[in-house]
Each structure stands twice: as C-alpha cells, then as structure tokens.
Design a protein around this ligand. Structure first.
Ligand code: GLY
Length: 371
C-alpha cells in the first residue's frame, strides 16, 4: 500500500504543480474543456471558493514547492473580497476561510491570515441561536431554524479560534451545536438526516428534509461523510468520547454501504438502484475522515478504518485524471441526487480533489490538521 500511496502522491504533485502554475488567478469549482472555471466571478461568497487555495497550501506543506505558495497567496487575495459581502456569507465560512487563511497561518504564521480566519470565526459564532442551541445554516427569513449536517465540518473553525485565542466561547458554541446535531441528525443506525428544521425559539424538531439526497429519510452519502469526518474532528478538538462514538457509528454504516458497490459511494445509499448515480467526492471526504478516526482509536482498532480509507481511495483513483495538461483530478463527483436533471452529476468538483489529496497527505504522515 505504501508504494501505491507514494506513487499516487507523485502523480498528484506532478499534475497539481502544472495546474497551480496556470491557476493563481481564479477560484475554481469545476472543469470545462480541460480547464478550471472561476466561481469567484459570479459569486465571491460561493461555499467552495476556499478549496483551491486550501489544496495549494496542503500541497505546499507536503512538497515545499514554491509555485503552490505563490498561487495560494494570489488566490487568497481574491478570496478576501468575500468579506466585503459578509451579509451573503453563511455557516460555510468554515470551508471558505479555515482551510485557506487558517492553513496559511498554520504554515507561514502570517498575522493577516490569522486575522481573516478569526474574523470568519466571529461571523460563524454570530450565527449561534442560544435558545435553540444550534448554529443556523443559511440566511433568509424562511429558514431561521434550518440546520444541515454539513455544518459539522464548519465548527472546527470555532475550536481553532478557542485554541488560538484562549477564549472558550467559540468552543462552547461548537460543542452545543455538535450535541444538538447528535440528537437531531444522527440516526440510531448510523445514517444521518441532511436537513432538520428546528423551532428557533425552543430547538425542538419541526421536521426533516431529504435535501441533496433522494428523499426525506434517505441517506445522502456526502451528508454521511460530513457527519463521519465532522464528529471525528469534534473528538480531536475536545477529547469527548461521545463524538468519537458518533463518528464510528456513522463510519460503520458508511463502510457497510460502500463495500456493496466496490467502495465507490452512490449519491444516496437509500435511493433506487437505477439510475446508477455515484459521488466520488463523498468517498474522498469519508476516506480522510476515516484516517482521522484511525488516529483516534486504539492500535488494535486502527486497521478497520485504515483498510476502508485505502479501499475507497484505490477505488476513486480509477476516476482520476493525471494529465498535467488538464485541470481537475477526481472525476465523477455529484452535487445532489436530483435524477431529473442532466446537470450536477458525474463531474469534477474542487472539494473532491481537496479531500482526495488530504487523505493521501494523512496517509503519508502529513504534520498538520487543516480542520
Ligand atoms: N455543503 C454542500 C454540499 O456538500 O454540497
């Protein structure tokens, strides 16, 4: 396995070096005609805009190659423009700014990167509903009580802010949210709800929604991955066993589901078998989360999680494009189940590349935790 990991990392580095050299001026979402698009132009606050600088920082830390750093810094200058539209930002400030400015700070000790990451943490903390004991996900009057499972990946920004400043308020909010979601989103069998609407005055459940999955009560696989990895991270930052137990419960369900499809996740584990719709991004996120669980459990348990992470990565590698002349590594990502649409399925999506690279970085013993 070690040889496969090293060879795959080398292919990734060769491809991304070339891509970094020609993409220091955009924040890509997907690929058209072999070239990255630029999601910063239509919408600088789009939730995935931090993943390209994040990937560049991760590769810089993993290789020391300057082209990554130069491009990451240049992309960050564009991303900083999102703060000027802070009324359009939502809970995804974690994805946007923790992995970009936060990673920059962890690697370079830049005081301005630290300032931006802390600013983002304050925006996220401001979304806390003290009566309901949750962080609201989106904006607008119609979804004041909506909470999506994805937010479990944004709260590590709050843990980091407490660790960085010594102020426990951020961590307090993050744990309140994690505890709430444990009750409202994580089902007894390890599957998860994507969206749950809570009463904003009491925090009681009003109803759940299928969201990007097949239907209410189904199991959107990327939502599973956000929960698996998110609770693993809450454990890492707090040491609370209930979070590790939750991560493991979701992981066991996830592993059972993907082992039935050659370790390539379907978009929803509870959708009809036809049409065959897969989402490689879900697998990449889960693989990185499984690596994190593996680090957190005892030696005799570790193999279960590492084995699954490696199986998933090897399966996903079949969908990778290693040509340095084109942008985008991991193909066959999917935005949502949505079978009636011919858009949003089976395409490269930037966070697929990020999490694929992050899992490899961990398997190679990378020194930093970016979340
Ligand atoms: N956080 C939105 C998504 O996973 O598509």
């Amino acid at each position: 396995m070690e040889e496969w990991i090293n060879t795959t990392w080398e292919k990734l580095d060769r491809k991304l070096r070339a891509s970094a050299g020609r993409n220091g001026d955009k924040l890509p979402y997907t690929v058209h005609g072999g070239r990255f698009d630029d999601a910063s132009k239509p919408n600088i606050t789009w939730w995935t805009n931090g993943f390209w600088p994040a990937l560049l920082w991760l590769m810089y830390d993993g290789t020391g190659e300057e082209v990554y750093r130069r491009s990451a810094e240049s992309c960050e200058r564009i991303l900083a423009g999102a703060f000027a539209e802070c009324d359009r930002l939502d809970h995804d400030v974690g994805f946007l700014f923790h992995l970009s400015f936060g990673a920059d700070y962890k690697i370079t000790n830049s005081s301005s990167a630290r300032r931006y990451a802390l600013y983002a943490a304050n925006l996220l903390a401001g979304r806390y509903n003290p009566n309901g004991e949750f962080l609201r996900s989106w904006n607008g009057r119609d979804n004041v009580g909506w909470v999506i499972i994805d937010c479990m990946m944004n709260i590590p920004l709050l843990y980091w802010a407490s660790e960085e400043t010594g102020d426990p308020r951020y961590k307090y909010i993050a744990m309140k949210h994690a505890d709430k979601v444990l009750k409202t989103h994580i089902r007894a069998d390890g599957s998860v709800n994507h969206i749950v609407e809570l009463d904003p005055d009491t925090g009681d459940i009003i109803r759940s929604y299928g969201g990007q999955g097949f239907c209410e009560g189904s199991s959107w696989s990327r939502g599973q991955s956000w929960a698996l990895y998110g609770y693993a991270l809450s454990y890492v930052h707090t040491g609370e066993q209930r979070y590790l137990d939750a991560a493991k419960r979701v992981a066991h369900y996830y592993i059972a589901c993907v082992s039935a499809t050659g370790y390539v996740p379907r978009i929803d584990f509870r959708a009809p078998e036809e049409p065959v719709l897969i989402d490689t991004t879900s697998g990449a996120i889960a693989a990185s989360g499984l690596c994190e669980i593996a680090k957190s459990v005892g030696e005799n348990e570790r193999g279960t999680y590492l084995f699954a992470a490696e199986k998933i990565l090897c399966a996903l590698a079949e969908y990778c494009d290693w040509d340095p002349e084109t942008d985008g590594v991991l193909g066959m990502g999917s935005e949502a189940y949505n079978p009636g649409s011919d858009k949003g399925h089976h395409m490269p999506i930037i966070y697929g590349d990020y999490f694929f690279a992050e899992a490899l970085y961990k398997l190679r013993g990378g020194r930093l935790l970016f979340f």
